[in-house]
Structure formats: C-alpha cells, structure tokens
Write a protein that binds this ligand. Sequence first.
Ligand code: ZN
Length: 52
Amino acid sequence: MIAKTGQKSPQAGQYKSRCCGFEITIRQQENLPMCPTCRKEALWKLVKAGKK
Ligand SMILES: [Zn+2]
C-alpha cells in the first residue's frame, strides 16, 4: 500500500519513504507528512500495519 504526502493514511502503521527510507509511525486518516530529511513530497509505503 502506497500513499503520498498530503493524503490521509489509509491504514495505521509504519510507513517508509521511497526517497530515502525514512520511517514514520502514523495513525489511520492522519495526513502523511513531507519527508523530514529530504524536505519534499514523498511516497510512503506501508511496511508494518498497526492496530486499528
Ligand atoms: Zn526522503
């Protein structure tokens, strides 16, 4: 599952940025942030699903 900066996360869990591999934990329906290290929009890939 992949979502990009500005979209709401479809599922809670741990997401990894495509650009540099930075990992974040985010709740469901929370806006996905910019990549904090690249400081630009990122594609976030769900790497570990969290609890609902
Ligand atoms: Zn990055």
